[in-house]
Design a binder for this molecule. Structure first.
Ligand SMILES: Nc1nc2c(ncn2[C@@H]2O[C@H](COP(=O)(O)OP(=O)(O)OP(=O)(O)O)[C@@H](O)[C@H]2O)c(=O)[nH]1
Ligand SMILES: [Zn+2]
Length: 348
């Protein structure tokens, strides 16, 4: 656990600056002209973005070494705080077309820059930051690179409570809640009497407010959730993890930004990349730690996503079998499912 990281996340969420190991950063999406002026003082700040966003801004040829992940760009005179917001947020592209060309600047400590971008992601913000070297008279909350990296590490997950939770699909269900300090809350549903042999049928479900709760037809999540519970109950019991990794880990608001890009014709993969995120930002270490926490080191996994199998196995969970989970296919999510099949390797 890192209190400093937690507090720095909170500062960014409030649109305030933080000091990441000597680099002062301010979230672009929450920064107006006055805040930017106060942050800069006499010297112009640069903008820090991910390699994914840089590629969208046609900066790929300036990126140099592959895998840099953190890219600095100079902010020329013609870009004000609102212009910087459009650099960060592709959903503004159409209303504020990017002129360019942009010029990259050297990021001298890439580990630190990456950690700063990670902090923005943890805050549920777009990964784009105004940045400049910290100054002696700054009064920003300070956080180290290691503290950011350790934050929300699976090792910090602890069981908080457990209770009976009879479900429509399975009356004999127990819920076990896990939390890492300051982080999101994840649930394990233990379905059945617990006598389900060595490798229980297991589903990792990533939260999808729009699909699970509101019945969105854009994805298959809600129907998959209910089908998974039914399948586990029919198997005599098993485990469902309900993970707060909304939008494949980019958070609800950023997922809705991705939806706006989908309204403009981009698919789910390109929408994530345009926003500056990885295609999948989920951390399978969290699921692995929870499975270990309930004594399930060996499972059969309900999924169509081979990356989930590989991700869990990399975290030390033995996946004996992959069991397909086909549900919720319809007219309005046909393109979404085709993208999963064609671009992210889902077996559909
Ligand atoms: N970023 C983003 N996330 C989405 C989108 N549609 C659904 N999601 C999220 O995707 C997650 C569900 O994961 P999926 O990739 O659909 O499926 P999966 O769970 O990896 O694979 P299966 O186990 O086969 O279902 C949930 O967190 C949803 O909120 C989208 O267009 N963009
Ligand atoms: Zn969904």
């Amino acid at each position: 656990m890192s209190i400093a990281a937690e507090r720095a996340i909170d500062e960014l969420r409030r649109g305030r600056a933080a000091n990441v190991a000597g680099l002062a950063v301010l979230p672009v999406e929450l920064c107006g002209e006055d805040a930017l002026e106060a942050f800069e003082g006499d010297a112009r700040a640069d903008i820090l973005i991910t390699d994914k966003r840089a590629a969208q801004l046609a900066l790929a040829n300036q990126l140099g070494a592959a895998g840099m992940q953190a890219v600095g760009i100079a902010r020329p005179d013609w870009i004000d705080a609102a212009g910087a917001a459009a650099i960060a947020d592709p959903t503004l592209d159409l209303s504020k077309p990017m002129k360019g060309p942009f010029r990259t600047v050297t990021v001298d400590d890439t580990a630190r820059a990456r950690a700063a971008l990670q902090l923005a992601k943890l805050a549920g913000l777009l990964p784009a930051l105004h940045m400049r070297p910290a100054r002696d008279d700054d009064n920003f909350l300070t956080v180290g690179v290691a503290e950011i990296e350790a934050h929300r590490a699976p090792a910090t997950l602890a069981e908080v409570t457990r209770a009976r939770l009879p479900l429509k699909a399975a009356k004999d269900t127990q819920v076990i809640a896990f939390r890492s300090p300051g982080g999101p809350e994840h649930l394990v549903l233990m379905i059945g009497k617990g006598a389900y042999g060595d490798a229980p049928l297991t589903r990792l479900h990533s939260a999808c407010l729009t699909g699970d709760v509101l019945g969105s037809l854009k994805c298959d999540c809600g129907d998959q959730l209910r089908a998974a519970l039914d399948a586990i109950a029919a198997d005599g019991g098993g485990i469902l993890l309900y993970l707060q990794q909304e939008g494949r880990g980019i958070g609800l608001l950023n997922k809705l930004r991705a939806y706006r890009l989908q309204d403009q014709g981009f698919d789910t993969v390109d929408a994530n990349l345009r926003l500056g995120f990885e295609v999948d930002e989920r951390d399978f270490g969290i699921a692995a730690a929870m499975l270990r926490g309930v004594g399930a080191a060996r499972i059969r996994l309900l999924t169509n996503n081979p990356h989930k199998v590989a991700g869990l196995e990399a975290e030390g969970v033995a996946v004996d079998d992959r069991v397909p989970l086909i549900a919720g296919h319809g007219e309005l999510n046909a393109d979404y499912l085709a993208t999963k099949r064609d671009r992210t390797g889902h077996q559909l």
